[in-house]
Design a protein around this ligand. Structure first.
Ligand code: UD1
Ligand code: CA
Length: 493
């Protein structure tokens, strides 16, 4: 319940806008990269609040940027696309209140609820925000997230009156001894009606120790005018990231949260050692081994097994497939019941149909491989179209690059490529053709034909004995080498 004038707002304050504050430098990261561009499970920090704002229906989403504005804007654009958010520039960081004030003109005429988030708070939960926005909307009040961390140092302290109603926030640097003893702190996340926020941020003054425009000053004003309601959250969920230790801790928490959620239907051999990024999708009965990284938009179909040390980035794995240890794949498709690895490398554009086998030390790139085909050992297949039930022998190499351009290799259904074959592209091996081991294929092989290009074999009888005799004679002629003598005593210094 808010501290003053609690009243239902009867459907007014329709609409939700969000302002994400991310102009700060993040000095404690000691980085040449803006703090909010540091990644947590593959996403820049700033993407978390922006995504959350969108998920709960905020539109528009405004992001206040300053430090490395262009780089941060580019990262946001790459992720969310043009038109998903607007950037407000804050060239000089004069405080959180100043940042929100600068964003308000972009919300001219907007009468709904404005949500304020920080770009460096990635673990915030959707439920917390929904409660916050719901409270602000229901009572027309300012709703704020508060928390009680084990160590409140550095945070603004929440001031309450004798009845327990929030009456303001005092920054640590401006706080008295008694105020610093307060353990409930301001998380910096708020929801409030736009008209109030517009007036309140317009009226801020920088009369404090830091000479900043404190957004926290609007809390005291809200307490007098529209009421304040606190939504309490777990301190771990609202922690800001200021240094790399906190970044690592937050990543561990996020990883744990994600993996736990998947454990409704996925088996993890060691959940602490599996990094599953937020956009990954896992089917029923998927098994994930140790030290696995599933990145980007990787999707794993039901019953597939991802073994130890596998790294998949934007890969689609079909149902029942087995990805054996230490396979690395990116932007590829692994068909249903296919078996890949151990130690296979699928580079972008590889598409394996159902039941394909790709074994150890096989590299593939930009190639399609048809159902049931096999390349089990030591091969490079690039820019190729391989049909169904093709056997690619050990050591087969597509010579796809002439130093200037890439060329295509086509291997039709049921062809048999013997071991140690080079396929000099562009070239085509016809259906059911056989390429003999050791062949360098430079011309198309007709369907059903045998292609063979080998230097003829010569056998020289008695060679081994002759060679041994020749060596023995050479040693005898030189005389036997004397063994090295050990020096007497230590060398003089
Ligand atoms: C602020 C709150 C404090 C609260 C704390 C929670 C104020 C005055 N104080 O502290 O009560 O306990 O958050 O973390 O609001 N930013 C801008 N432009 C600016 C200043 C900040 O965009 O001019 C952004 C930062 O990039 C960051 C966020 O706002 O994402 C918070 O800034 P920060 O300096 O970390 O917060 P404090 O002011 O220390
Ligand atoms: Ca500050």
């Amino acid at each position: 319940m808010p501290s003053r004038k609690p009243r239902a707002s009867n459907g007014s304050y329709a609409g939700l806008a969000a302002i994400v504050l991310a102009a700060g430098k993040g000095t404690r990261m000691r980085s040449s990269r803006a703090k909010v561009l540091h990644e947590l499970l593959g996403r820049p920090l700033v993407a978390y609040p922006v995504e959350l704002a969108r998920v709960i229906g905020a539109d528009p989403v405004l992001v206040v940027l300053g430090h490395q504005r262009e780089a941060v804007e580019a990262a946001l654009l790459a992720r969310f696309g043009i038109g998903a958010l607007s950037v407000v520039e804050q060239a000089e960081q004069r405080g959180t209140g100043h940042a929100v004030r600068l964003a308000m003109p972009a919300l001219r005429g907007f009468g709904g609820i404005v949500l304020i988030l920080y770009g460096d708070v990635p673990l915030l939960r959707r439920e917390t925000l929904q409660a916050l926005v719901g409270t602000a909307r229901r009572y027309g009040c300012l709703a704020m997230v508060t928390t009680t961390p084990p160590n409140p140092t550095g945070y603004g302290r929440v001031l309450r009156d004798q009845r327990g109603h929030v009456i303001g926030v005092v920054e640590e640097k401006d706080a008295s001894r008694e105020e610093r003893a307060i353990t409930e702190v301001n998380a910096g996340i708020y929801a409030a009606p736009a008209p109030f926020l517009r007036t309140a941020t317009g009226g801020l003054v920088a009369r404090n120790v830091q000479r900043e425009y404190y957004l926290t000053d609007v809390v005291a004003r809200a307490a007098r005018e529209i009421g304040v309601s606190a939504v309490e959250a777990d301190y771990r969920d609202v922690a800001g990231i200021n240094d790399r230790h906190q970044l690592a801790q937050a990543e561990a928490l996020m990883r744990d949260r994600i993996n736990r959620a998947w454990m409704t239907h996925v088996t993890f051999r060691d959940p602490a050692a599996a990094a599953v990024e937020p956009d990954v999708d896992l089917g029923v009965d998927v098994e994930i081994g140790r030290n696995v990284s599933l990145r980007g938009r990787t999707r794993v179909g039901h019953g597939a097994r991802i073994d130890d040390g596998v790294v998949l980035t934007d890969v689609e794995v079909g149902a029942g497939a087995q990805v054996m240890p230490y396979t690395v794949a990116a932007e590829s498709v692994i068909g249903p019941r296919a078996v890949v690895g151990p130690f296979a490398h699928l580079r972008p554009g590889t598409r394996l149909a159902a039941e394909v086998h790709v074994g150890n030390f096989v590299e593939m790139k930009n190639s399609e491989v048809g159902r049931g085909s096999k390349a089990n050992h030591l091969s490079y297949v690039g820019d190729a179209v391989v049909g169904e039930k093709v056997n690619i022998g050990a050591g087969t190499i597509t010579c796809n690059y002439d130093g200037y351009e890439k060329h295509r290799t086509v291997i039709e259904d049921q062809a048999f490529i013997g071991s140690d074959t080079q396929l000099v592209a562009p070239v085509r091996v016809g259906r059911r053709a056989v390429v003999a081991a050791g062949t360098t294929v430079t011309r198309d092989v007709p369907p059903g034909a045998l292609a063979i290009s080998r230097a003829p074999q010569i056998d020289k009888a008695g060679y081994a004995q002759k060679a041994a005799r020749r060596y023995a004679e050479k040693v005898a002629a030189k005389g036997e080498a004397k063994p090295a003598t050990k020096p007497a005593g230590k060398p003089a210094v």
